[in-house]
Design a binder for this molecule. Structure first.
Ligand code: CO
Length: 140
């Protein structure tokens, strides 16, 4: 069958202190921030550090009731989700549903840096929260 995943778009890591994490990646690995954004709807501030054609996405909550705040409170800092790049987010989401999978987003929605995204429930995807990321090209 056709391979729907075209790249690892990003690995997202939940942290308490975004600036401290950015500084650590810069000082240790020379990784620099390509994009920063606050996504109000998700209650997160994020920084994207480019690694080849993928990103490390550092995430921190902007309010106490955001899902990332709950994640940090219960599980501590660490890997939060993996973003897989896909050509067509709707198509990939339908493939998950067609296979009987549980999804968090019933339909694709706007993500950061102009992407279109949908999340797959970790209970379906072997314990890892998956984000399907359709890159819509340069936005800025
Ligand atoms: Co993400």
């Amino acid at each position: 069958m056709e391979l729907l995943l075209t790249e690892i778009d990003h690995v997202a890591i939940a942290v308490h202190d975004l600036d401290a994490a950015i500084t650590w990646y810069a000082d240790v690995f020379g990784a620099t921030v390509e994009h920063r954004e606050v996504v109000e709807s998700d209650g997160v501030a994020e920084a994207l550090l480019r690694v080849a054609d993928s990103y490390v996405q550092l995430l921190t909550p902007t309010r106490d009731d955001s899902p990332v705040a709950k994640y940090l409170a219960t599980r501590g800092e660490g890997l939060h989700h993996v973003g897989y790049r896909v050509a067509d987010c709707a198509q990939a989401l339908e493939a998950v549903k067609a296979a009987g999978g549980r999804v968090i987003d019933q339909s694709p929605r706007p993500g950061s840096r102009g992407t279109t995204v949908a999340f797959v429930h970790p209970k379906t995807s072997f314990g890892t929260l998956i984000e399907l990321v359709q890159d819509n090209g340069p936005q800025h």
